[in-house]
Design a protein around this ligand. Sequence first.
Ligand SMILES: [Zn+2]
Length: 371
Amino acid sequence: MYFRDIFGLEEVKRTLIHAVEHNHVAHAQLFAGEEGSANLALALAFARYIHCENKGEYDSCGTCASCSKMDKLVHPDLHFVMPASSTTKISKPLSQDFLKEWRDFALNQPYNTITDWLALIGAESKTPSISAEESRKIVSTLSLMPFESENKILLIWLPEYFNITSANALLKALEEPPAQTLFFLVSEKPEKMLITILSRLQRIRVRPFHDEEVSSFLEQKYQIDSPKAKQIAHLAEGNMHKALTLMQEVEDDNHTLFRDWMRLCYQRDYKGIYSNTEEFGKMSKEGQRNLLQYGLNMCREALVWKYGGESLVRLDNHSMQFVQGFSKTIGEHNIQRFYQILNDAMLHLDRNANAKIVFFDTSLQISGVIK
Ligand SMILES: [Zn+2]
């Protein structure tokens, strides 16, 4: 995670970088932001920046030895603590038992929630906590000297899950901080933490995202088209987790619609095509465009699958399955024509042609192309 991966929040980034430049980084900081905010993302980007051996004006270098370890979150001077719960495999879990899962979570889903985290470690519907055993582990970790950097960083995700015993151990560590140690506490509900702990922390308020920040993120990172990205951003109300979930739902719907549509075309099931067309006609204009756009994306992925191999396709399982099948009907001989048909359909919709006619006509043309 780099600062540049986080869309917006420039004011917070400036404050953090300024603190490093002026050598007054507080030894214990609270990244406080609601669910779906960039609190974890910022703490990770800041940890990278602090460890970076060749810091730039706005971000870490990305090439030094430290940065390359941060790419995988395996820097020896970055320690993690997060809530956990017993699973079928581990009855008294510590954070270190889930380091592999955590790295995946923090690297790929930094906007996800505690519910997602528990699901990932196989502890769905359990009550998470940070145990007293964990606190003892923290104290022994902190007694170590930094290995490679000037400071070691302990990042605690969701410290509101400390129980009273473990919280007191943390408090003690904060009161008598070991040398060369930085505490980053990343919280969604600081009001649930002990006041004595809060008073030891310098608070960094991480506001919810602005709508434009969410929509640019979706557009640039996920190639969502602008009107749809704006619509999702509006519904997400600054919560990036919600935005990503909504995006996934829209994708899932489009997937089912497009898959079923292509099957009808392939089977030349004209009766089915007709009733399908009626349904498409009832969708919003936005929805109709998105469906066609999804079709174009699938087309591209099918080609990549065919000529580039599995590793280049970035899809979830059910889309992947479809793409494998679809790539049998799409190839050099018809891809250009297929693209053209879908593009023309979009063009006609934009010019306010009757949607039912456009979709029916498009279906017939596709039937002729995929054999
Ligand atoms: Zn670097």
